[in-house]
Design a protein around this ligand. Structure first.
Ligand code: NDP
Length: 386
């Protein structure tokens, strides 16, 4: 029996790595649905290649193009938010949640509510609606399999251990492209410099998050919701080689780590094959040629986003939702050349300082907080340009 997959965000970096593994294992997987935001040609090519039965484009204005591109196939074209939910909660056994940003929240929640196994790359969905998503998974019986390399590493190290056996989780961070840069250089950083990650090839938004270290902050919150540990048992260590993907320390002092080359196909393959394992074309580790592994403490003076994210985790309530929404708007503005790199963390901190942090009770509440925060951050940017 081939395992049926729905790939949300099929045209992105995670989507393409997933497809690479799926296409190397034709007897093992069947793709039933694929989605994208606006990349209509790439989506249609993927749908044709994989034989998917449903292709969804988020942008409704591109539906006719998608229908034309899929004419003569068995693949149905659809568009808009309800169609994304349909792709997530359809007949697939495993849903790859790889949309970027809060835009992935509704479809990811639909997969969770439907009790599917969800390979979760879309960390913003979990950060923005953490308790709601884990509660929904507990109710529906859905399994959340982390795809983020750090959380996938932790999941592997935990291997079913009971939480009272764990003393802390140590998330590793590469430090990003500005690890060695002075505060002055960081202040002048351009989008091209910020997306040039030293070890990983990823989409633009997560690359900027890696450069500010907001990515590690989002991952702290992600780890809290996935593994149930409080902030003071979640540590971060900078490890520039990205060989150790994260570690778990147990109460007896043992530390387990997961190692591998920095290739997202390794954690994606783990989620695709779970609870088994499958072959990948990822380069094998050659520890002799790597020769050394370095570790250092993160510098929250040069990278304040990490401090701001930890404060949001500790504040709980709506703080992670506000943090995520403010960061998404600020990163998009930085990529558009409208604000400085250092404005990103500043705007997020200001948004948190002025927000009403009452806890959202429903996904609609989360989306409302997200909408209001985006408006506030846009207003702050306008005011600082005026
Ligand atoms: P990309 O930007 O490469 O791809 C994003 C995907 O989401 C594309 O398919 C895009 O479609 C789609 N999309 C974007 N906006 C919307 C929207 N409004 N509605 C519906 N679909 C949308 O991102 P990545 O693949 O890098 O990242 C995806 C997720 O995985 C992120 O949450 C990221 O943090 C996480 N992640 C990524 C890693 C990586 O190595 N890339 C590592 C760990 C986690 P279109 O092509 O049409 O724009």
């Amino acid at each position: 029996m081939r395992r049926k997959l729905s790939i949300l965000g099929a045209t992105g970096s995670i989507g393409k790595s997933t497809l690479d593994l799926v296409e190397r294992n034709p007897g093992r997987f069947e793709v039933s649905a694929v989605t994208a935001a606006t990349s209509v040609e790439t989506l249609a090519q993927i749908a044709r290649r994989t034989g998917a039965r449903l292709a969804v484009i988020a942008d409704e204005a591109r539906l006719t193009d998608l229908q034309d591109l899929l004419a003569g196939t068995d693949c149905r074209a659809a568009a808009g938010p309800d169609a994304l939910v349909e792709a997530a909660a359809g007949d697939a056994e495993l849903v790859i949640a790889a949309i970027v940003g809060c835009a992935g929240l509704r479809p990811t929640m639909a997969a969770v509510d439907a009790g599917r196994t969800v390979a979760l790359a879309n960390k913003e969905a979990l950060v923005t609606a953490g308790a709601l998503m884990t509660d929904a998974a507990a109710r529906s019986g859905a399994t959340l399999l982390p795809v983020d390399s750090e959380h996938n590493a932790i999941f592997q190290c935990l291997a079913g251990s009971r939480s009272e056996q764990v003393s802390r989780i140590i998330l590793t961070a590469s430090g990003g492209p500005f690890r060695m840069a002075s505060a002055e250089i960081i202040r002048e950083a351009t989008p091209a410099q910020a997306v040039a990650h030293p070890n990983w090839s990823m989409g633009a938004k997560i690359s900027v998050d890696s450069a500010t270290l907001m990515n590690k902050g989002l991952e702290l919150i992600e780890a809290h919701y996935l593994f149930g540990l409080p902030s003071d048992r979640l540590d971060i260590v900078i490890h520039p080689q990205s060989v150790i993907h994260s570690m778990v320390e147990f109460v007896d002092g043992s530390v387990l780590a997961q190692l591998g080359s920095p290739d997202m196909r390794i954690p994606i393959a783990y989620a695709l094959a779970w609870p088994e394992r499958m072959d990948t074309p990822a380069q094998r580790l050659d520890l002799v040629s790597i020769a050394r592994l370095d570790f250092e403490a993160p510098d929250i003076q040069r990278f304040p986003a990490l401090r701001v994210a930890r404060e949001a985790l500790e504040a709980e309530g709506a703080a992670p939702t506000v943090l995520n929404a403010a960061n998404e708007v600020a990163v998009a503005s930085f990529l558009a050349g409208d604000i400085r790199f250092t404005d990103i963390a500043r705007l997020v901190e200001e948004a948190l300082a002025t927000a009403d942090l009452g806890a959202p009770q429903t996904v609609d509440d989360v989306l409302e907080i997200d909408r209001v925060t985006r408006g506030q951050v846009r207003a702050m940017m306008k005011a600082s340009c005026a």
